[in-house]
Design a protein around this ligand. Structure first.
Ligand code: DAH
Length: 360
């Protein structure tokens, strides 16, 4: 009797001293499990006389019930404490402001935006995008484009030359995107319709020139492409790009070694102070050079000028970006100033499309 009371006090003390649920489970097995101490005591009832059992039965069963209840209660207390600890450690301050992700705070550089806009417009006219390397051979940058060796036009380009290689060939930083015309005609068969956006380099620096700048070139080669087609394509492009219903263009005779005839194109605009508007006014602004691809250039690419013909054009991207978005100083484009980018940049998820609008 006293033994049972001592045992009960002892077991209940153990239960309340158990620090965690795992320990509590071991204690349950050790007491109430099949071979547990309390279960063993219960088994002794079977061997007792009826009188003894009448006295011991309620005592031992009482002990089992007390231990069972104490374990259940302790388990609930431990689970509650564990939950409290978790709630405290995983606490969230829902009043904190949400930190914006890169899709909100990031900005697309105006040059990338304009390249995307140009690509969207020409993709709609079934042009593909072609690309070439910034470091180009002299042959592709000049010779194959019908610049004769020693011709002053080579000097006009203010070329950056690299150190000559072992064979004495000097590579150049491409002065225009036109060498990719040659790469394209040498690797693809007509019909060809490509635009070629990319970086170009010339030894020049002031408010409207930087040593690195961007051009986009266009090339169409098939068996019937004409100046009339070229005119339509360029007008279509200008209307879409400057987002106006009509734009007047003026084609002036010019000279480029790789086109014959060659032309420079002005678009109609009005200027009020710093502001320029397109599709109105009586001022003109030069925006691109173009022409019919020179027969020598076709021959240099293994094409027969009696079988195929086509047109090409080249345009400064930075300048039309400045015009369209009213940015006064070209040099700021490449200063990597985050404040400038925040002001002039575009939201990353607002992709330009002809359907959704080039600029939203
Ligand atoms: N490559 C010329 C330049 O950088 C621009 C140009 C003019 C490209 C006429 C052309 C073209 O394809 O037909 O000044």
């Amino acid at each position: 009797m006293t033994d049972l009371l001592t045992l009960e006090r002892d077991l209940l003390a153990q239960v309340s001293a158990t620090p965690d649920e795992a320990g509590l489970e071991s204690l349950r097995v050790a007491t109430l499990g099949k071979k547990g101490s309390v279960s063993e005591l219960l088994k002794t009832l079977g061997r007792m006389s009826a009188d003894e059992r009448r006295i011991q039965g309620p005592l031992i069963n009482g002990l089992r019930d007390a231990v069972q209840a104490a374990i259940a209660e302790r388990r609930e207390a431990l689970a509650g404490a564990a939950l409290d600890a978790r709630l405290a450690s995983e606490r969230l301050d829902v009043t904190l402001p949400v930190r914006p992700g890169p899709e909100v705070s990031g900005r697309i550089h105006p040059i990338s935006q304009v390249v995307d806009e140009i690509t969207a417009i020409f993709a709609d006219l079934c042009f593909r995008v072609a690309e070439g390397p910034d470091v180009e051979t002299d042959e592709l940058n000049f010779t194959a484009l019908n610049f004769p060796v020693g011709h002053p036009a080579r000097e006009m380009h203010d070329t950056f030359f690299l150190k000559p290689d072992r064979d004495g060939h000097r590579k150049v930083l491409r002065t225009h995107t036109s060498p990719v015309q040659i790469r394209t005609m040498r690797s693809q068969q007509p019909p060809i319709r490509v635009i070629i956006p990319g970086r170009t380099y010339r030894h020049d620096s002031d408010q409207t020139h930087t040593p690195m700048f961007h051009q986009v070139e266009g090339l169409v080669i098939d068996d019937r492409a004409t100046i009339a087609n070229m005119r339509w394509v360029l007008e279509e492009f200008c209307r879409a790009f400057f987002e106006v219903d009509e734009v007047k263009m003026r084609f002036r005779p010019s000279f480029f070694p790789f086109t014959e005839p060659s032309m420079e194109v002005d678009i109609q605009c009005s200027r009020r102070g710093d502001e320029i508007r397109f599709g109105e006014g009586d001022d003109w602004l030069e925006i691109l050079g173009c022409g019919m691809v020179h027969p020598n250039v076709l021959r240099n690419c293994g094409l027969d000028p009696d079988q195929v013909q086509g047109f090409a054009w080249g345009m400064g991207i930075d300048r039309i970006a400045m015009l369209k978005y009213g940015m006064p100083d070209l040099r700021a484009f490449f200063d990597a100033d985050v404040r400038w980018l925040e002001h002039y940049g575009f939201r990353p998820l607002d992709l330009p499309t002809l359907v959704g609008g080039l600029t939203s």
